[in-house]
Design a protein around this ligand. Structure first.
Ligand code: B12
Length: 232
């Protein structure tokens, strides 16, 4: 690349820099994203504004193009990785400045299933939207979910399954929650390519989400209803 084509991030004004960060996130350029985040911090931006305006803003574009079949999994993972780089800088600062925490989610892939790309994307997007996310990984028997729910006391339980043979296990987890009288304490969201809305209803989940963007919207919606209930 010639010198003329090199973009010096620190020479851009704020709007141009945020635009450029959208592009860099789209292209999965982690170092550039980290540099952009640091420049905005030096310019006095609040960590929460950097998170929502630059990173989540950029990830929303990535999410839309993924949904529309313009971007594919490898690109989305690179973008998510770049976002992670920026989030790692912001996370401790967000904790200090007490950015509004929208809610908390425990998420994991069910027993017998090791697919985790979609789950990781959901976790990233949820974090990007301000949720605290505890990821319990893959291949989780019901005991793991119960333990995480007890220890973390989340608002939302998320379960992922990519195999037609493992998706029924979600019902095992939900039935166990019912048996133990815990079902009403959590909003249960489920997702994964072989699922659909009817399946979500049939197993007693609160919602089925076809992608990470829907997951974020639905989670926010449930949280605002919960707050309204508590207020009323
Ligand atoms: C990548 C992949 C793998 C990788 C997984 C790597 C990893 N770290 O995840 C590897 C190679 C390991 C693998 C293994 C296997 N795989 Co595979 N795999 C896939 C593939 C190609 C892509 C899945 C993926 O990552 N999609 C991209 C993500 C972003 O999409 P997603 O997972 O659907 O997630 C989105 C939504 O569903 C939703 N979502 C997902 N989870 C959650 C959770 C919550 C709470 C919410 C709200 C939303 C949500 O949001 C996500 C983001 O938008 C699919 C094919 C496909 N098109 O689905 C096959 C596929 C799922 N695999 C399949 C099979 C059969 C297997 C194996 C059994 C193969 C074998 N014979 O060994 C093993 C199973 C191992 C096991 N026990 O789990 C079949 C399943 C068929 C079926 N009907 O059950 C598929 C459909 C391929 C096929 N057409 O045959 N696989």
């Amino acid at each position: 690349m010639s010198d003329e084509e090199d973009i010096v991030l620190s020479e851009l004004n704020d709007d141009e820099l945020v635009e450029q960060m959208f592009d860099d996130l789209y292209d999965g350029l982690k170092e550039e994203i980290e540099e952009g985040v640091n420049i905005l911090l030096e310019r006095g931006w609040m960590p929460y504004d950097i998170l929502t305006k630059a990173l989540v803003g950029g990830m929303t574009i990535v999410g839309h193009d993924f949904r529309d079949g313009i971007l594919f999994v490898p690109e989305v993972l690179l973008a998510a990785n770049a976002m992670k780089g920026g989030m790692a800088i912001l996370k401790p600062l967000l904790a200090e400045t007490g950015a509004p925490r929208v809610g908390k989610m425990v998420i994991g892939t069910v027993k017998g299933d090791i697919h985790d790309i979609g789950k990781n994307l959901v976790a990233m997007m949820m974090e990007g939207a301000g949720f605290e996310v505890v990821d319990i990984g893959i291949n989780n028997p019901v005991e793991n979910y119960l333990e995480a729910l007890e220890n973390e006391q989340p608002d939302i339980l998320g379960m992922s399954a990519l195999l037609t043979t493992t998706m029924p296990y979600m019902k095992v987890v939900i039935d166990t929650l019912v048996e133990q009288g815990l079902r009403d304490e959590y909003t249960v969201l489920v997702g994964g390519a072989p699922l659909n809305e009817e399946f979500g209803k049939a197993i007693g989940a609160d919602g089925y989400c076809r992608d990470a963007a829907v997951a974020v919207e639905m989670a926010k919606d449930f949280m605002s209803r919960k707050h309204n209930q508590l207020a009323g």
